[in-house]
Design a protein around this ligand. Structure first.
Ligand code: NAD
Length: 455
Protein backbone atom coordinates (compact mmCIF):
# COMPACT_ATOMS: atom_id res chain seq x y z
CA UNK A 1 0.00 0.00 0.00
CA UNK A 2 1.41 3.46 -0.86
CA UNK A 3 2.16 6.01 1.84
CA UNK A 4 -0.38 8.61 2.78
CA UNK A 5 0.66 12.05 4.03
CA UNK A 6 -0.27 14.08 7.10
CA UNK A 7 -0.49 17.82 6.88
CA UNK A 8 1.17 19.59 9.78
CA UNK A 9 -0.56 22.95 10.30
CA UNK A 10 0.64 25.97 12.25
CA UNK A 11 -2.09 26.39 14.94
CA UNK A 12 -1.42 30.13 15.16
CA UNK A 13 -2.31 30.77 11.51
CA UNK A 14 -3.88 27.54 10.28
CA UNK A 15 -1.33 27.42 7.41
CA UNK A 16 0.59 24.38 6.17
CA UNK A 17 4.03 23.81 7.74
CA UNK A 18 4.94 20.49 6.17
CA UNK A 19 3.55 17.26 4.73
CA UNK A 20 4.87 14.16 6.47
CA UNK A 21 4.69 10.65 5.03
CA UNK A 22 2.78 8.18 7.18
CA UNK A 23 4.45 4.85 8.00
CA UNK A 24 2.67 1.86 6.45
CA UNK A 25 2.02 -1.41 8.30
CA UNK A 26 4.73 -3.12 6.19
CA UNK A 27 7.21 -0.37 7.11
CA UNK A 28 6.40 -0.88 10.78
CA UNK A 29 7.33 -4.57 10.33
CA UNK A 30 10.67 -3.61 8.79
CA UNK A 31 11.31 -1.05 11.54
CA UNK A 32 10.67 -3.68 14.23
CA UNK A 33 13.11 -6.14 12.61
CA UNK A 34 15.83 -3.49 12.28
CA UNK A 35 15.24 -2.25 15.84
CA UNK A 36 15.48 -5.80 17.21
CA UNK A 37 18.88 -6.24 15.56
CA UNK A 38 20.12 -2.87 16.85
CA UNK A 39 18.87 -3.68 20.34
CA UNK A 40 20.99 -6.84 20.59
CA UNK A 41 24.18 -4.86 20.09
CA UNK A 42 23.00 -2.05 22.37
CA UNK A 43 22.16 -4.41 25.25
CA UNK A 44 25.54 -6.13 24.86
CA UNK A 45 27.52 -2.86 24.93
CA UNK A 46 29.40 -1.86 28.09
CA UNK A 47 27.11 0.11 30.44
CA UNK A 48 29.60 2.99 30.53
CA UNK A 49 29.51 3.23 26.73
CA UNK A 50 25.69 3.28 26.65
CA UNK A 51 25.65 5.96 29.35
CA UNK A 52 28.23 8.02 27.44
CA UNK A 53 26.20 7.87 24.22
CA UNK A 54 23.03 8.95 26.00
CA UNK A 55 24.91 11.86 27.60
CA UNK A 56 26.17 12.81 24.16
CA UNK A 57 22.60 12.66 22.84
CA UNK A 58 21.62 15.05 25.68
CA UNK A 59 24.47 17.39 24.74
CA UNK A 60 23.43 17.43 21.06
CA UNK A 61 19.82 18.19 22.08
CA UNK A 62 21.19 21.04 24.19
CA UNK A 63 23.09 22.43 21.18
CA UNK A 64 19.80 22.45 19.20
CA UNK A 65 17.52 23.75 21.95
CA UNK A 66 16.40 26.88 20.14
CA UNK A 67 15.79 25.03 16.86
CA UNK A 68 13.66 22.40 18.64
CA UNK A 69 11.76 25.07 20.56
CA UNK A 70 10.95 27.06 17.42
CA UNK A 71 9.77 23.88 15.71
CA UNK A 72 7.42 23.21 18.66
CA UNK A 73 6.02 26.75 18.42
CA UNK A 74 5.26 26.16 14.73
CA UNK A 75 3.75 22.70 14.89
CA UNK A 76 2.03 22.84 18.30
CA UNK A 77 1.50 26.58 18.94
CA UNK A 78 3.36 26.37 22.26
CA UNK A 79 4.61 29.55 23.93
CA UNK A 80 8.25 30.06 23.05
CA UNK A 81 9.26 30.09 26.73
CA UNK A 82 7.43 26.80 27.35
CA UNK A 83 8.88 25.26 24.20
CA UNK A 84 12.43 26.11 25.34
CA UNK A 85 11.66 24.47 28.69
CA UNK A 86 10.30 21.39 26.88
CA UNK A 87 13.43 20.96 24.76
CA UNK A 88 15.52 21.40 27.91
CA UNK A 89 13.38 18.77 29.60
CA UNK A 90 14.33 16.26 26.87
CA UNK A 91 18.01 17.01 27.50
CA UNK A 92 17.55 16.60 31.26
CA UNK A 93 15.60 13.35 30.88
CA UNK A 94 18.39 11.90 28.74
CA UNK A 95 21.02 12.96 31.28
CA UNK A 96 18.96 11.55 34.16
CA UNK A 97 18.43 8.24 32.35
CA UNK A 98 22.12 8.07 31.42
CA UNK A 99 22.92 8.24 35.13
CA UNK A 100 20.81 5.14 35.67
CA UNK A 101 22.56 2.84 33.19
CA UNK A 102 25.39 1.91 35.56
CA UNK A 103 23.06 1.79 38.56
CA UNK A 104 20.55 -0.68 37.10
CA UNK A 105 21.56 -3.44 39.47
CA UNK A 106 19.74 -6.56 40.60
CA UNK A 107 19.79 -8.04 44.08
CA UNK A 108 21.46 -10.87 45.90
CA UNK A 109 18.91 -13.00 47.77
CA UNK A 110 20.04 -15.14 50.75
CA UNK A 111 19.67 -18.88 49.95
CA UNK A 112 21.14 -22.17 51.19
CA UNK A 113 23.40 -24.22 48.91
CA UNK A 114 24.28 -21.52 46.45
CA UNK A 115 23.93 -18.00 45.26
CA UNK A 116 20.74 -16.32 44.13
CA UNK A 117 20.89 -13.19 42.01
CA UNK A 118 18.35 -11.11 40.13
CA UNK A 119 19.10 -9.43 36.83
CA UNK A 120 17.11 -6.58 35.28
CA UNK A 121 17.01 -7.60 31.62
CA UNK A 122 15.88 -5.25 28.82
CA UNK A 123 12.53 -6.05 27.23
CA UNK A 124 13.70 -5.71 23.62
CA UNK A 125 11.80 -3.35 21.32
CA UNK A 126 9.53 -0.82 23.04
CA UNK A 127 6.72 1.02 21.21
CA UNK A 128 5.99 4.55 22.42
CA UNK A 129 2.75 6.20 21.25
CA UNK A 130 2.66 9.92 22.07
CA UNK A 131 -0.04 12.60 22.05
CA UNK A 132 0.15 16.10 20.54
CA UNK A 133 -0.15 18.17 23.69
CA UNK A 134 3.48 17.89 24.87
CA UNK A 135 5.12 16.17 21.91
CA UNK A 136 8.74 16.41 23.07
CA UNK A 137 8.69 15.78 26.84
CA UNK A 138 6.17 12.94 26.68
CA UNK A 139 8.11 11.18 23.94
CA UNK A 140 11.26 11.50 26.05
CA UNK A 141 9.60 10.34 29.31
CA UNK A 142 9.51 6.83 27.89
CA UNK A 143 12.26 6.92 25.28
CA UNK A 144 15.11 8.01 27.57
CA UNK A 145 14.68 5.35 30.31
CA UNK A 146 13.80 2.64 27.77
CA UNK A 147 17.05 3.25 25.88
CA UNK A 148 19.00 3.50 29.13
CA UNK A 149 17.67 0.10 30.24
CA UNK A 150 19.02 -1.46 27.04
CA UNK A 151 15.97 -1.41 24.77
CA UNK A 152 15.33 -0.13 21.25
CA UNK A 153 12.51 2.42 20.84
CA UNK A 154 9.97 2.92 18.06
CA UNK A 155 8.17 6.20 18.64
CA UNK A 156 4.87 7.05 16.97
CA UNK A 157 4.16 10.75 17.40
CA UNK A 158 0.66 12.22 17.06
CA UNK A 159 -0.51 12.97 13.51
CA UNK A 160 -0.51 16.73 14.15
CA UNK A 161 2.94 16.97 15.79
CA UNK A 162 5.58 14.67 14.24
CA UNK A 163 8.27 17.29 13.50
CA UNK A 164 10.15 17.57 16.80
CA UNK A 165 10.11 13.77 17.18
CA UNK A 166 11.64 13.33 13.72
CA UNK A 167 14.27 15.94 14.54
CA UNK A 168 15.12 14.18 17.81
CA UNK A 169 15.71 10.91 15.93
CA UNK A 170 18.10 12.81 13.62
CA UNK A 171 19.92 14.27 16.63
CA UNK A 172 20.25 10.81 18.17
CA UNK A 173 22.12 9.63 15.06
CA UNK A 174 24.25 12.78 15.10
CA UNK A 175 25.17 11.95 18.70
CA UNK A 176 26.30 8.48 17.61
CA UNK A 177 23.44 6.27 18.79
CA UNK A 178 23.40 3.07 16.71
CA UNK A 179 21.37 3.12 13.51
CA UNK A 180 17.74 1.90 13.93
CA UNK A 181 17.96 1.90 17.76
CA UNK A 182 15.60 4.87 18.03
CA UNK A 183 13.24 5.30 15.10
CA UNK A 184 10.32 7.68 14.68
CA UNK A 185 7.33 6.31 12.76
CA UNK A 186 4.80 9.05 11.96
CA UNK A 187 1.32 7.95 10.94
CA UNK A 188 -2.30 7.52 11.90
CA UNK A 189 -3.07 5.96 15.26
CA UNK A 190 -5.41 3.36 13.76
CA UNK A 191 -2.75 2.27 11.22
CA UNK A 192 0.82 2.91 12.38
CA UNK A 193 0.00 2.96 16.11
CA UNK A 194 -2.15 -0.14 15.82
CA UNK A 195 0.58 -1.97 13.88
CA UNK A 196 2.99 -1.34 16.78
CA UNK A 197 0.44 -2.58 19.30
CA UNK A 198 -0.28 -5.71 17.24
CA UNK A 199 3.30 -6.57 16.29
CA UNK A 200 4.62 -9.61 18.21
CA UNK A 201 8.14 -8.20 18.05
CA UNK A 202 7.19 -5.20 20.20
CA UNK A 203 7.55 -6.20 23.85
CA UNK A 204 5.93 -3.21 25.53
CA UNK A 205 3.69 -0.28 24.62
CA UNK A 206 3.87 3.02 26.48
CA UNK A 207 0.77 4.93 25.49
CA UNK A 208 -0.02 8.52 26.44
CA UNK A 209 -3.33 9.84 25.20
CA UNK A 210 -7.06 9.62 25.73
CA UNK A 211 -8.67 7.12 28.09
CA UNK A 212 -10.87 5.91 25.23
CA UNK A 213 -7.91 4.87 23.03
CA UNK A 214 -5.89 3.69 26.05
CA UNK A 215 -8.55 1.13 26.93
CA UNK A 216 -8.56 -0.26 23.39
CA UNK A 217 -4.79 -0.54 23.41
CA UNK A 218 -4.82 -2.29 26.77
CA UNK A 219 -7.37 -4.81 25.48
CA UNK A 220 -5.18 -5.56 22.45
CA UNK A 221 -2.06 -5.87 24.59
CA UNK A 222 -3.93 -8.31 26.86
CA UNK A 223 -4.23 -10.74 23.94
CA UNK A 224 -0.46 -11.13 23.88
CA UNK A 225 0.17 -10.27 27.52
CA UNK A 226 2.18 -7.40 26.09
CA UNK A 227 3.52 -5.07 28.77
CA UNK A 228 1.75 -1.74 28.85
CA UNK A 229 2.02 1.60 30.60
CA UNK A 230 -0.92 3.97 30.15
CA UNK A 231 -0.86 7.74 30.81
CA UNK A 232 -4.44 8.89 30.17
CA UNK A 233 -6.89 11.71 30.77
CA UNK A 234 -7.63 13.82 33.81
CA UNK A 235 -10.15 16.13 35.44
CA UNK A 236 -8.11 17.34 38.35
CA UNK A 237 -9.36 19.32 41.37
CA UNK A 238 -7.92 22.55 42.74
CA UNK A 239 -9.21 22.54 46.33
CA UNK A 240 -9.20 25.96 48.01
CA UNK A 241 -9.95 25.96 51.75
CA UNK A 242 -11.15 29.05 53.61
CA UNK A 243 -7.97 29.00 55.73
CA UNK A 244 -5.67 29.27 52.70
CA UNK A 245 -3.74 32.31 51.51
CA UNK A 246 -6.65 33.24 49.25
CA UNK A 247 -4.77 35.90 47.27
CA UNK A 248 -2.01 33.41 46.45
CA UNK A 249 -4.53 30.67 45.59
CA UNK A 250 -6.47 32.97 43.25
CA UNK A 251 -3.31 34.32 41.61
CA UNK A 252 -2.05 30.79 40.89
CA UNK A 253 -5.37 29.50 39.57
CA UNK A 254 -5.35 30.87 35.97
CA UNK A 255 -2.16 29.08 34.90
CA UNK A 256 -3.20 25.91 36.74
CA UNK A 257 -5.63 25.24 33.88
CA UNK A 258 -4.59 27.68 31.13
CA UNK A 259 -1.00 26.53 30.67
CA UNK A 260 -0.65 25.05 27.18
CA UNK A 261 -4.13 26.48 26.47
CA UNK A 262 -5.59 23.92 28.87
CA UNK A 263 -4.34 21.03 26.74
CA UNK A 264 -2.67 19.51 29.75
CA UNK A 265 -3.62 16.17 31.30
CA UNK A 266 -2.86 17.67 34.75
CA UNK A 267 -4.93 20.85 34.23
CA UNK A 268 -6.82 21.74 37.42
CA UNK A 269 -10.19 22.15 35.72
CA UNK A 270 -12.42 21.61 38.76
CA UNK A 271 -11.91 24.56 41.10
CA UNK A 272 -13.46 23.59 44.45
CA UNK A 273 -13.81 26.52 46.85
CA UNK A 274 -15.01 26.43 50.47
CA UNK A 275 -18.33 28.23 50.76
CA UNK A 276 -17.38 31.09 53.19
CA UNK A 277 -14.70 32.38 50.77
CA UNK A 278 -16.41 31.43 47.49
CA UNK A 279 -17.55 34.96 46.53
CA UNK A 280 -14.29 36.59 47.60
CA UNK A 281 -12.30 34.00 45.63
CA UNK A 282 -14.29 34.76 42.46
CA UNK A 283 -13.73 38.50 42.99
CA UNK A 284 -10.00 37.86 43.09
CA UNK A 285 -10.06 35.37 40.22
CA UNK A 286 -12.06 37.46 37.72
CA UNK A 287 -9.39 40.15 37.03
CA UNK A 288 -6.68 37.48 36.93
CA UNK A 289 -8.56 35.57 34.20
CA UNK A 290 -9.58 38.69 32.27
CA UNK A 291 -6.00 39.96 32.12
CA UNK A 292 -4.42 36.78 30.70
CA UNK A 293 -2.59 37.76 27.50
CA UNK A 294 -3.72 35.44 24.70
CA UNK A 295 -1.98 35.71 21.34
CA UNK A 296 1.10 34.97 19.25
CA UNK A 297 2.99 32.15 21.01
CA UNK A 298 6.31 33.38 19.58
CA UNK A 299 5.90 36.67 21.51
CA UNK A 300 7.66 36.35 24.90
CA UNK A 301 4.95 38.36 26.68
CA UNK A 302 2.09 36.05 25.63
CA UNK A 303 0.61 33.89 28.40
CA UNK A 304 -1.65 31.63 26.36
CA UNK A 305 -1.55 30.54 22.71
CA UNK A 306 -4.00 28.82 20.35
CA UNK A 307 -5.52 25.35 20.53
CA UNK A 308 -3.86 22.66 18.44
CA UNK A 309 -6.46 22.28 15.66
CA UNK A 310 -9.91 23.17 14.36
CA UNK A 311 -11.21 19.80 15.62
CA UNK A 312 -10.03 20.63 19.13
CA UNK A 313 -11.54 24.11 18.91
CA UNK A 314 -14.93 22.68 17.94
CA UNK A 315 -14.69 20.15 20.75
CA UNK A 316 -13.95 22.83 23.35
CA UNK A 317 -16.76 25.05 22.00
CA UNK A 318 -19.24 22.21 22.37
CA UNK A 319 -18.73 22.31 26.16
CA UNK A 320 -19.44 26.03 26.48
CA UNK A 321 -22.81 26.91 24.94
CA UNK A 322 -23.61 30.63 24.63
CA UNK A 323 -25.05 32.16 27.77
CA UNK A 324 -23.44 29.91 30.41
CA UNK A 325 -22.61 32.12 33.40
CA UNK A 326 -18.89 32.58 33.99
CA UNK A 327 -15.71 34.62 33.81
CA UNK A 328 -14.24 35.04 30.34
CA UNK A 329 -10.95 36.41 29.08
CA UNK A 330 -10.25 37.46 25.52
CA UNK A 331 -8.74 35.74 22.47
CA UNK A 332 -7.72 36.93 18.99
CA UNK A 333 -10.22 36.80 16.11
CA UNK A 334 -9.24 35.67 12.66
CA UNK A 335 -7.18 32.71 11.48
CA UNK A 336 -5.83 30.13 13.92
CA UNK A 337 -7.60 28.09 16.57
CA UNK A 338 -8.45 30.48 19.42
CA UNK A 339 -10.63 30.10 22.51
CA UNK A 340 -10.72 32.56 25.46
CA UNK A 341 -9.86 31.60 29.06
CA UNK A 342 -13.17 30.59 30.64
CA UNK A 343 -14.30 29.80 34.20
CA UNK A 344 -17.84 28.47 34.43
CA UNK A 345 -19.65 29.51 37.62
CA UNK A 346 -23.05 28.21 38.73
CA UNK A 347 -22.57 24.91 36.97
CA UNK A 348 -24.01 21.60 38.20
CA UNK A 349 -21.34 19.14 39.41
CA UNK A 350 -22.63 16.58 36.90
CA UNK A 351 -22.70 18.94 33.88
CA UNK A 352 -20.39 17.71 31.06
CA UNK A 353 -17.97 20.66 31.46
CA UNK A 354 -17.63 19.88 35.18
CA UNK A 355 -17.20 16.13 34.66
CA UNK A 356 -15.49 15.45 31.33
CA UNK A 357 -11.99 16.33 30.17
CA UNK A 358 -12.48 19.41 27.95
CA UNK A 359 -8.78 19.72 27.06
CA UNK A 360 -9.04 23.44 26.48
CA UNK A 361 -8.92 26.66 28.56
CA UNK A 362 -12.13 25.91 30.46
CA UNK A 363 -12.59 25.26 34.18
CA UNK A 364 -15.66 24.87 36.38
CA UNK A 365 -15.86 26.34 39.88
CA UNK A 366 -17.92 24.56 42.54
CA UNK A 367 -18.51 25.33 46.24
CA UNK A 368 -18.01 22.86 49.10
CA UNK A 369 -18.90 22.88 52.79
CA UNK A 370 -16.19 21.13 54.78
CA UNK A 371 -13.17 18.84 54.48
CA UNK A 372 -15.24 15.69 54.00
CA UNK A 373 -17.32 17.40 51.31
CA UNK A 374 -14.15 18.59 49.53
CA UNK A 375 -12.73 15.07 49.47
CA UNK A 376 -16.04 13.63 48.27
CA UNK A 377 -16.25 16.14 45.40
CA UNK A 378 -12.58 15.77 44.51
CA UNK A 379 -13.01 12.01 44.20
CA UNK A 380 -16.33 12.17 42.35
CA UNK A 381 -14.66 11.55 39.00
CA UNK A 382 -13.55 8.56 36.99
CA UNK A 383 -10.11 10.18 36.69
CA UNK A 384 -7.27 10.41 39.21
CA UNK A 385 -4.24 12.06 37.71
CA UNK A 386 -3.45 15.21 39.59
CA UNK A 387 -4.75 17.85 42.00
CA UNK A 388 -3.90 20.68 44.38
CA UNK A 389 -4.78 21.55 47.97
CA UNK A 390 -4.61 25.14 49.24
CA UNK A 391 -4.61 25.46 53.03
CA UNK A 392 -2.44 26.85 55.85
CA UNK A 393 -3.35 23.91 58.11
CA UNK A 394 -0.58 21.33 57.89
CA UNK A 395 -2.71 18.50 59.30
CA UNK A 396 -5.45 19.23 56.75
CA UNK A 397 -2.90 19.36 53.92
CA UNK A 398 -1.67 15.91 54.88
CA UNK A 399 -5.16 14.42 55.42
CA UNK A 400 -6.61 15.77 52.19
CA UNK A 401 -3.62 14.97 49.97
CA UNK A 402 -3.67 11.40 51.33
CA UNK A 403 -7.44 11.09 50.76
CA UNK A 404 -7.63 12.39 47.19
CA UNK A 405 -7.37 9.44 44.81
CA UNK A 406 -4.81 10.78 42.35
CA UNK A 407 -1.22 10.03 41.46
CA UNK A 408 0.27 13.53 41.64
CA UNK A 409 -0.77 16.11 44.19
CA UNK A 410 0.65 19.43 45.23
CA UNK A 411 -0.01 21.53 48.33
CA UNK A 412 -0.07 25.33 47.99
CA UNK A 413 1.26 25.00 44.44
CA UNK A 414 0.22 23.50 41.13
CA UNK A 415 3.40 21.70 40.27
CA UNK A 416 3.06 18.12 39.12
CA UNK A 417 5.77 16.75 36.85
CA UNK A 418 9.41 16.46 37.84
CA UNK A 419 11.40 13.87 35.92
CA UNK A 420 13.09 12.58 39.07
CA UNK A 421 9.77 11.97 40.87
CA UNK A 422 7.24 9.28 39.87
CA UNK A 423 4.30 10.29 37.69
CA UNK A 424 1.09 8.51 36.70
CA UNK A 425 -2.61 8.12 37.30
CA UNK A 426 -5.10 6.41 39.60
CA UNK A 427 -8.39 5.00 38.29
CA UNK A 428 -9.06 5.78 34.61
CA UNK A 429 -6.10 8.16 34.39
CA UNK A 430 -3.70 5.35 33.73
CA UNK A 431 -1.74 2.28 34.67
CA UNK A 432 1.84 2.15 35.88
CA UNK A 433 4.24 4.98 36.60
CA UNK A 434 6.81 6.85 34.56
CA UNK A 435 9.77 9.00 35.59
CA UNK A 436 11.28 8.98 39.08
CA UNK A 437 13.92 6.76 40.64
CA UNK A 438 12.37 3.57 39.18
CA UNK A 439 11.92 4.84 35.61
CA UNK A 440 14.37 2.36 34.08
CA UNK A 441 12.93 -0.66 35.91
CA UNK A 442 9.64 -0.23 34.01
CA UNK A 443 11.56 -1.25 30.87
CA UNK A 444 13.02 -4.46 32.26
CA UNK A 445 12.03 -7.98 33.22
CA UNK A 446 13.37 -9.27 36.53
CA UNK A 447 15.19 -12.55 36.08
CA UNK A 448 16.11 -14.67 39.08
CA UNK A 449 19.06 -17.08 38.75
CA UNK A 450 20.14 -19.64 41.36
CA UNK A 451 23.74 -20.90 41.16
CA UNK A 452 24.31 -24.10 43.08
CA UNK A 453 27.54 -24.42 45.07
CA UNK A 454 26.91 -28.14 45.64
CA UNK A 455 28.33 -29.36 42.32
P1 NAD B 1 -5.43 10.24 21.43
O1 NAD B 1 -5.78 9.13 22.33
O2 NAD B 1 -6.39 10.64 20.40
O3 NAD B 1 -4.07 9.94 20.66
C1 NAD B 1 -2.85 9.68 21.33
C2 NAD B 1 -1.93 8.91 20.40
O4 NAD B 1 -2.52 7.63 20.13
C3 NAD B 1 -1.72 9.56 19.03
O5 NAD B 1 -0.37 9.35 18.63
C4 NAD B 1 -2.69 8.78 18.13
O6 NAD B 1 -2.28 8.78 16.80
C5 NAD B 1 -2.58 7.40 18.75
N1 NAD B 1 -3.73 6.52 18.48
C6 NAD B 1 -5.02 6.87 18.25
N2 NAD B 1 -5.77 5.77 18.02
C7 NAD B 1 -4.95 4.71 18.11
C8 NAD B 1 -5.14 3.30 17.97
N3 NAD B 1 -6.33 2.77 17.72
N4 NAD B 1 -4.07 2.49 18.15
C9 NAD B 1 -2.86 3.00 18.43
N5 NAD B 1 -2.61 4.33 18.56
C10 NAD B 1 -3.65 5.17 18.41
O7 NAD B 1 -5.05 11.46 22.40
P2 NAD B 1 -4.67 12.95 22.00
O8 NAD B 1 -5.92 13.64 21.61
O9 NAD B 1 -3.51 12.95 21.06
O10 NAD B 1 -4.12 13.50 23.40
C11 NAD B 1 -4.94 14.06 24.35
C12 NAD B 1 -5.19 13.08 25.49
O11 NAD B 1 -3.95 12.65 26.04
C13 NAD B 1 -5.94 13.69 26.63
O12 NAD B 1 -6.92 12.81 27.07
C14 NAD B 1 -4.87 13.87 27.71
O13 NAD B 1 -5.35 13.90 29.02
C15 NAD B 1 -4.02 12.70 27.46
N6 NAD B 1 -2.68 12.90 28.05
C16 NAD B 1 -2.33 12.20 29.17
C17 NAD B 1 -1.10 12.42 29.75
C18 NAD B 1 -0.67 11.68 31.00
O14 NAD B 1 0.50 11.67 31.28
N7 NAD B 1 -1.57 11.06 31.73
C19 NAD B 1 -0.22 13.34 29.21
C20 NAD B 1 -0.62 14.02 28.07
C21 NAD B 1 -1.85 13.79 27.49
Amino acid sequence: MPNTYHEVLDPTTGTLVEKVAATTVAEVGTAVALAARAQEGWAAAAPADRARLLRRFAAVVDEHLEELALLEVREAGHLIGNARWEAGNVRDLLDFAAGGVERLSGRQIPVAGGLDITFLEPLGVVGVIAPWNFPMPIAAWATAPALAAGNAVLLKPAETTPLTALRLAGLAREAGLPEHLFQVLPGAGEVTGDALVEHPGVAKIVFTGSTRVGKRIMAKCADRLKRVTLELGGKSPNIVFADSDLEAAAAATPMSFLDNSGQDCCARTRILVQRPVYDRFLELLAPAIESVVVGDPADESTQMGPLISRTQLERVRSYVPEGLPGIRGSAPDGPGFWFPPTVLTDIAPDAPAAREEVFGPVAAVLPFDDEADAIRLANATEYGLSGSVWTRDLGRAIRVSRAVQAGNLSVNSHSSVRYWAPFGGYKQSGLGRELGPDALAAFTETKNVFFSTEV
